[in-house]
Design a protein around this ligand. Sequence first.
Ligand SMILES: [Zn+2]
Length: 292
Amino acid sequence: METRWLYTTSENFAALREASKKTCIIPMGCIEKHGLHMPVGTDIIKGSKVAYMASQIETAAVFPDFTFGDVPAGAHAKRPDGTICLDVTLQMTLLETLCNEIAANGFEKILVVNSHGGNTRWLDTFARNLGVRPHNFVFGHVKVPLPAPHMMAEILEKNGRGSIPEINEEDEELLIKYHSEGMTGGHACMGEAALVMGFAPESVHLDRLGIESGLRQSVPELDKLQSAGVNIASGGWGSYFPNWFSGHDPVGCNERIGQAALRISAEFVAKAIKAFKEDEYMMAAMKAKQLL
Ligand SMILES: [Zn+2]
């Protein structure tokens, strides 16, 4: 059925509420540089796609994209490059307001499908802070996984060659090679490149690889602070990875690997939606005003 909030008629909302067991998901990302080879909207582009695909496996209403996210102000130094930095307090207020509006439309469970690592911390703070004001929904968040190359190589190891139908033997070799070599990733890496290439290959420019490095840069001053137990913003991520690219070059990534990665990622998120829909504990705890 049509699960997208924006594409549903007012008359059909009751059916969507019922089919989704009053569960609504919000794709969330951010807008920031992703190396030279990936678009600045990578996180919300892939988050939105995976959330929609997941909703077609396990029915949930899909709220319009929460496009923004926590991008550290340090990114200002790199602009103009398309990066957008918004105050997180503003985003927390906006998210709570949107959740209340979703609840006003009869949904009781709200799950953020988060596609940007930098959002995890504030989403947890947001969830912990919800109890300070009365609200009538339960809230959770799930991270969009990046199946390529490690998760996919593990599937091949476990289930055998040919167990990922979208890819060919050459792709299998590539994934297994990167997995055995311990390919690093995290930002604009093979995992992210695959998810975007799965449906928007024209937005990924692998010919721009090799110009800026995705490998961890040496910053002994920050190492010293952190080894003394001093916590700094994002563990100094922006200094260690100044090119907004973290990982080995995703050479050889392609649309087939991307389509498989999208399916595997969507299946993971669908399982999270199912568990969240079936859960009764959180709602009971909220109604009893117990701390979660
Ligand atoms: Zn990203």
